[in-house]
Design a protein around this ligand. Sequence first.
Ligand code: C2E
Ligand code: MG
Ligand code: MG
Ligand code: MG
Length: 281
Amino acid sequence: RAKQQGGNKIKFFSADMNEQALFKMELEGYLRKALQKNEFFLTYQPFINFYTGKIIGAESLIRWDHPKLGLVSPLEFIPLAEETGLILNIGNWVLQTACGQAKMWQEKGAIDFTISVNVSAVQFQGINFVKEVKEALEKSGLQPKYLKLELTESVMLQNVQYSIDVMKELQKLGVQISIDDFGTVYSSLSYLKDLPANNLKIDRSFIQNLHANTKDMAIVRAIIAMSKGLELKVIAEGIEQQVQWQLLKEMGCDFAQGYYISKPLSAKQFETFLATGSRTT
Ligand code: C2E
Ligand code: MG
Ligand code: MG
Ligand code: MG
């Protein structure tokens, strides 16, 4: 049937549609029980300030460890969770866990530590979303300014006016908003100027070949310049090499994220990183 192979990807041994449908049903069955069985955990990937080298926060990235399938990538199960509506509970769990963890690290001495949480379209468009954000903040005691919600453009484009209203409500709470994966698929400048956002994350596809591709260089330079004009802080995701780090720093990018700094870490590993790992070159 289906078996896990390297790279966290579930591969199908048969292209037969029935097999695929069956596997999807099986996966859905597992997914339904995953929360109560405690199979999810969060990893944390640090954000660094290019110029001080300080850790300013982390992005929380969900992982699913299933006893039979092993680690299933969020790229596989988030779409299924969205399709089935399970994302509402999963997303809420992520919010609460991430806020609680950030508060704990702050109490252990991580000053001004900000936590980023990815929000799916289905979750964001759900009627309880703002209420759940409020609850996660209240329960954890985390100050709203230390929570960043990462929304992709596709999240917002589902229903532009409604999305802008929700984003404004969130900003009234004091929460920050990041536009994730900027530059992929939809990017429309006509609405970008009206979006209540604080941060923009340049998609890793522009960063990957930055040093070798003058077109990527031109685009990234333009995104950074535009962000300054729009008063958005710019984060570069997917920095893997020193040469990319150096170029982005010279271009005036604000914050760095990527394997060059650190891969996503378990909570325990992240604590060690917090204690030792800032990077200035
Ligand atoms: P994303 O929000 O754009 O997250 C960045 C992805 O790039 C993460 O993959 C991260 O591990 C990976 N990454 C970071 N630095 C590098 C690098 O230097 N090189 C390369 N090649 N990759 C890098 P991950 O953890 O597999 O997550 C994939 C996507 O799944 C995320 O993309 C996000 O859209 C979604 N996701 C993850 N966690 C959650 C969650 O809690 N809720 C929701 N709704 N979606 C999530
Ligand atoms: Mg993200
Ligand atoms: Mg991203
Ligand atoms: Mg992405």
